[in-house]
Design a protein around this ligand. Structure first.
Ligand code: ADP
Length: 198
């Protein structure tokens, strides 16, 4: 028997706004937004041996191998705030990961209720990424043109937010992530939204 939890998957290319929409949905549903990218970056920041291994994948714009991502995701999924559901941002990114997520949820009497695809054209994504900066002290994300940071903020840029690496991240999204959608379309779970007008 399913336990009626609210599990949502957010799909969309890098910089489509998954983080922003994830936190909005998180407030609406009272479930945490779980970003595998953030889990991976936290691991790198902590300087663990796993964190060291991650650098080569993440700084090249490629995908991190499944075993490394799955262990972090499973641990996060079992924290108390995620017991009634979660919003998955950046997971799954491949067909295999869709199966893994389904299995992880099934084992907890849960299932994916909806997959929301945020659509944004490539040129817009590249502009968003190259101008994206984070306030090192507050973690708030700004944009040098669209959402100006306050004067004096200590700004940092994600090392993979360059045009060159972004092209590879987009490539990974198109070749590995979007082919996963038919899996969810077959189950009638997919909703597409325009990520420019949001
Ligand atoms: P974005 O969606 O803006 O590319 P993320 O923070 O979601 O950024 O991901 C940053 C990087 O972390 C990715 O380029 C990839 O290397 C790694 N990553 C994140 N989630 C996954 C995942 N589910 N599987 C494999 N690698 C991942």
């Amino acid at each position: 028997m399913e336990n009626g939890s609210m599990d949502l998957v957010l799909f969309g290319p890098p910089a489509a706004g998954k983080g922003t929409q994830g936190s909005r949905l998180s407030e609406t549903f009272g479930t945490p937004s779980i970003s595998t990218g953030q889990l991976l970056r936290a691991e790198m920041k902590a300087g663990t041996s796993l964190g060291k291994k991650l650098e080569e994948y993440m700084y090249s714009g490629g995908l991190v191998p499944n075993d490394l991502v799955t262990s972090l995701l499973t641990k996060r999924l079992d924290e108390p705030d995620a017991l009634n559901g979660a919003i998955f941002d950046g997971y799954p990114r491949t067909y295999e990961q869709a199966y893994i997520l389904d299995a992880l949820l099934y084992l907890r009497d849960r299932s994916t209720k909806k997959v929301i695809v945020i659509e944004v054209p490539d040129e817009e994504l590249i502009k968003r990424v190259t101008g994206r900066r984070m306030d090192a002290n507050t973690g708030v994300v700004y944009h040098l043109e669209y959402n100006l940071p306050p004067p004096g903020a200590e700004l940092i840029q994600r090392p993979d937010d360059t045009e060159e690496i972004m092209v590879r991240r987009l490539e990974a999204y198109k070749t590995k992530t979007t082919p996963t959608l038919p899996y969810y379309e077959e189950k009638n779970l997919v909703a597409r939204i325009d990520g420019v007008e949001l």
